[in-house]
Design a protein around this ligand. Structure first.
Ligand code: AMP
Ligand code: GLY
Length: 424
């Protein structure tokens, strides 16, 4: 099969690496890709939002399956454009990607179908939102409705902060049109777990669990980022939690989307919070997590192209997902200053250390070629993943491997997976 992957981050690198192992893969392209992805795929200079150019390329090259990694093109309707051209594509259509694209939509869906989530109200008028805050309990959570690079959520401890938050989201449009509507919701406490799943419109198959670390600094301090590191599996995702989610969350979400005439095919990423009252949905995403993918796919035993095809064909019920009985940890190496301001263009040294070392992976998040060298090209630069027999071993291996690579302004968190210590 000829495959096209759309995206340019660590997630797409992990997908490309996994696709390259498929016995069905003959040729892989990636648009636009990065210097790491180039090891497995021919990178083509087409942006992820250039739908017409992408579909023309897929036609010209007779691509058998296109895999969309990123949220923006999915929410923007890239799948519909491909399908209109008769092209096979993995991902939800625009009317289903709204599950991630609009938080107001996803909250209303959960309410309508009794899927456990935080209590909330939606607002499209800042004045009404401000009035609502006057009697609301603090802390409270404000969410811009649309996509905001994972940064559109504000947790406010005081009424004053919350008022400022409403102003910045809805009036100053800090997150652009994503703030035309907003959700105000109950603040919950508990441990967070990411669960990714494959969905074919009817059947859902759950992948192994993972946990992200969203804040920039050790001890979960600092600003929210795209994700600074992950581990898999989550020891907090017990059989009891799994049974609850299977009964009240996963299949119900797929059925709810179908009942709404929004058949979902692709990846549903459940952002869960394990509260005292049981698991609750924090958010849905309509694509693989980044950097969750970098710890989940290295543990997956299946041929991923078979699973992608089963989702597109509606035959996922015939697939049994299998994962290694091991663990993996990913530490993100970022440019110092991320997520606010950082420099790019520094040479990355030591990448060859990963060659031929089983169980060690370096996934590129932001890199490019310059004069025959690979240089930094983003806030998140690399995701260093290591496997191990258990989480502790995987973490020790990952922190060993982060020393093998170097670039100016290299920054990473030292406490990825620290929560593991609480359970052993
Ligand atoms: P989201 O983009 O919806 O996943 O939100 C980003 C982060 O904000 C989550 O990973 C949580 O850490 C936090 N968060 C979101 N909603 C809530 C909530 N209702 N209560 C507490 N924390 C929340
Ligand atoms: N790691 C969180 C996300 O991909 O949204």
């Amino acid at each position: 099969m000829k495959i096209l992957i759309v995206g340019s981050g660590g997630r797409e690198h992990a997908i490309a690496w996994k696709v390259a192992q498929s016995r069905k893969a003959e040729k892989i392209y990636c648009a636009p890709g990065n210097a790491g992805i180039a090891e497995y795929a021919e990178c083509v200079d087409i942006g992820a939002m250039e739908f017409e150019r992408l579909s023309r390329f897929a036609k010209e090259k007779e691509i058998d399956l296109t895999i969309i990694g990123m949220d923006d093109p999915l929410v923007g309707g890239v799948v519909d454009v491909f399908e209109a051209e008769g092209l096979r594509v993995f991902g939800p259509r625009k009317n289903a990607a709204i599950l991630e694209g609009s938080k107001a939509f996803s909250k209303d869906l959960m309410k309508k179908y009794n899927i456990p989530t935080a209590a909330y109200e939606n607002f499209d008028d800042p004045k009404k939102a401000l009035d609502y805050l006057e009697t609301a309990p603090m802390p409270i959570v404000l969410k811009a409705d649309g996509l905001a690079l994972g940064k559109g959520v504000l947790i406010c401890n005081t009424l004053e902060e919350a008022r400022e938050g409403v102003k910045s989201i809805m009036m100053d449009k800090k997150f652009g049109s994503a703030g035309n509507q907003m959700v105000i919701e109950e603040f919950m406490t508990g441990r967070e777990v990411s669960v990714l799943s494959f969905v074919d419109g009817k059947t859902i198959k759950i992948m192994t669990s993972a946990q992200d670390h969203k804040r920039a600094l050790d001890g979960d301090q600092g600003l929210n980022t795209g994700g600074m590191g992950t581990f898999s599996p989550s020891p907090f995702y017990t059989e009891e939690v799994d049974a609850f989610c299977k009964e009240y969350i996963y299949q119900k979400t797929v059925d709810a989307m179908a009942a709404e005439g929004r058949e979902f095919k692709g990846i549903i990423f459940f952002g869960l919070m394990l509260t005292e009252k049981g698991p609750r949905v924090l958010e849905y995403n309509a694509r693989f997590g980044d950097p969750e993918t970098q710890v989940v796919l290295p543990r997956m035993k299946n041929d991923i192209l078979e699973v992608f095809e089963a989702c597109v064909d509606g035959t996922l019920d015939q697939i049994e997902l299998e994962f290694e009985d091991n663990a993996a940890v990913c530490v993100v190496l970022a440019s110092d200053g991320y997520p606010v301001q950082y420099e790019k263009g520094f040479e990355i040294r030591g990448l060859e250390s990963f060659k031929g070392r089983d169980g060690y992976y370096v996934f590129h998040a932001g890199s490019r070629f310059r004069d025959g060298k690979i240089v930094t090209n983003g806030g998140r630069v690399l995701g260093v993943t290591a496997a191990g027999r258990d989480l502790k071993e995987a973490r020790a291996n990952a922190y060993e491997a982060v020393k093998w690579v170097d670039f100016d302004n290299k920054y990473y968190r030292n406490d990825i997976g620290k929560a593991i210590d609480e359970v052993s």
